[in-house]
Design a protein around this ligand. Structure first.
Ligand code: F6R
Length: 363
């Protein structure tokens, strides 16, 4: 039901605070400074010493965030693979590898085939799937549902957010088994609990981003850059823009610009910079200075308490301040609005972009 929204994509962007509440519902366990994920009881005494995440598209981007969460919080070496590439390599799977098959639809043919191949090689599978009872969920035999609700828009929005939230919960679970302190566990639970409210405040940026979009509606290209957890957010921002507005876009680690892509920067090139993580902000600022010097048009997404980019950027989109592990989740929302408004301004069919389908069941 669309309600008063003109498109499902917009409705689903606005659904996100509730989708996150649903993902967290009954799963936070402050008395033990951890999370309770029913699907994990099936794992019994299995303790992975490696994680491999198999996914495609937006889900693969979420997987990159998951890699950082698992390594940072649980010290579990993690690889993220395009399912379509994994399945045709003679991949090494050690017996204590947890393979996470991550898929909104639960029907993506490449992810399903990768899952089957990893099972043949002795991996222990875990599904992170949105659609209940879907093929990947069933074939994993155990998993954690994303609880994003039905996503009708072809462009993944709320399912991506819930993937990030679910990966963070899972890394708290493994982290608490491997030396994460009660204090850090509780800090993360508190941060997760605050997230829906912060996300509601982030949604208030809709009209501001609409106005910014008007200035860029004729652009032929966009670059998205970020570092650390915001590199995958840049990849996802670029994918969203390509999908719904048909504007060519590329996502890059901010520091990689100087190794080649900086040659693309002219006064015609808009660059979206995501710079909310405080630990790396100064480094991003120096990357932005390099862009400024070459005349690029800069849109920066930052935390509202930070003013480092006020003089460097053409537009500053200030989002609520949050923990460095959480702020990239919030920073996704402005990139969704940007893709949406640019697509609508260009007359594109945002809910049914050309050449795309909601489930990709061909290999
Ligand atoms: C982009 C998008 C696709 C999917 C990809 C995998 O907005 O939706 O890139 O993420 O086709 O789909 P799932 O997650 O259903 O396996």
């Amino acid at each position: 039901d669309l309600g008063d929204y003109p498109h499902y994509m917009l409705k689903e962007i606005y659904d996100q605070p509730q989708a996150v509440r649903n993902a967290l519902g009954g799963r936070l366990l402050p008395s033990e400074a951890t999370v309770r994920l029913a699907g994990l009881t099936e794992l019994g005494g299995f303790h992975p010493s490696r994680i491999k995440i198999l996914a495609c598209g937006t889900s693969w981007h979420a997987g990159l965030v998951g890699k950082t969460y698992f390594e940072e919080l649980a010290r579990i070496p993690t690889e993220v693979e395009y399912a379509s590439e994994f399945r045709y390599r003679n991949a090494v799977i050690e017996p204590d590898t947890l393979v996470i098959a991550m898929s909104q639809s639960g029907e993506t043919a490449d992810t399903l085939a990768g899952l089957r191949e990893s099972k043949r090689r002795g991996a222990t599978p875990l599904g992170l799937v949105n659609v209940v009872g879907s093929t990947i969920a069933r074939e994993c035999g155990r998993g954690i549902y994303l609880r994003a609700g039905v996503e009708f828009g072809v462009a993944a929005t709320k399912s991506f957010t819930n993937q990030l939230v679910t990966l963070l919960m899972l890394s708290i679970h493994f982290g608490r088994q491997r030396g994460m302190s009660i204090r850090q566990g509780l800090e993360l639970l508190n941060a997760l609990e605050e997230l829906p409210t912060l996300m509601e405040r982030t949604l208030e940026l809709d009209s501001k981003i609409h106005a910014i979009s008007e200035e860029f509606a004729d652009a032929d290209n966009f670059l998205y850059i970020g570092r650390a957890l915001e590199y995958p957010i840049a990849l996802e921002g670029a994918l969203k823009l390509k999908e719904v507005s048909y504007i060519h876009a590329e996502g890059l680690p901010a520091a990689e610009l100087k190794h080649g892509p900086i040659a693309l920067i002219t006064p015609e090139m808009p660059i979206v910079v995501t710079a909310t993580q405080s630990f790396i902000r100064e480094k991003v600022a120096s990357n932005v200075q390099e862009i400024r010097a070459r005349g690029g048009r800069i849109i920066v997404i930052v935390s509202e308490e930070n003013h480092e980019f006020d003089r460097l950027a053409d537009h500053v989109i200030a989002i609520p301040t949050a923990d460095d592990l959480i702020s990239p989740i919030l920073a996704t929302v402005p990139t969704q609005f940007l893709a949406y408004h640019l697509a609508v301004l260009r007359g594109c069919d945002v809910d049914q972009p050309r050449n795309l389908a909601k489930s990709v069941t061909v290999e």
